[in-house]
Design a protein. Structure first.
Length: 131
């Protein structure tokens, strides 16, 4: 054992040849040293357990936060998909109605009905700066 360590002090106290009164005092000192060492070891164990539980609680809390963020993102995406589904259903219903399709086709393809005149107006290109 190294000189100055707790084990060295205990062995030195235990090996001293003393009388009855001194032996009782030495035993009380040893009990006091051992109980202090035991308390320190117990305190260290309690602190280790508390630190472990605290670390686990923080980790679980952070995972819970991340999962809630994912849930919010999926709910937003679900709402967007629901709105787009409603729009697509409306478009499907309208695509079966000839009164809706005929003007749309004529406009997109530039077709005219009998006795109609199609007029297309070209817009001039913007002038280059400095011209």
């Amino acid at each position: 054992m190294r000189r100055g360590s707790l084990g060295f002090k205990i062995s030195r106290l235990a090996n001293k040849p003393l009388g009855r009164a001194a032996r009782k005092k030495r035993e009380r000192t040893m009990v006091r040293v051992m109980s202090t060492a035991g308390r320190l070891v117990g305190l260290a164990a309690v602190l280790l357990v508390v630190a472990s539980f605290t670390g686990q609680a923080w980790r679980v809390g952070y995972q819970n936060y991340q999962l809630h963020k994912q849930i919010d993102a999926v709910e937003d995406q679900n709402q967007q998909l629901g709105a787009s589904s409603v729009k697509l259903r409306r478009d499907i219903i309208l695509s079966r109605d000839p009164e809706y399709l005929v003007p749309l086709i004529h406009e997109q393809l530039g077709l005219t009905k009998p006795h109609e005149v199609f007029i297309q107006i070209a817009t001039p290109a913007p002038a280059a700066p400095g011209s």
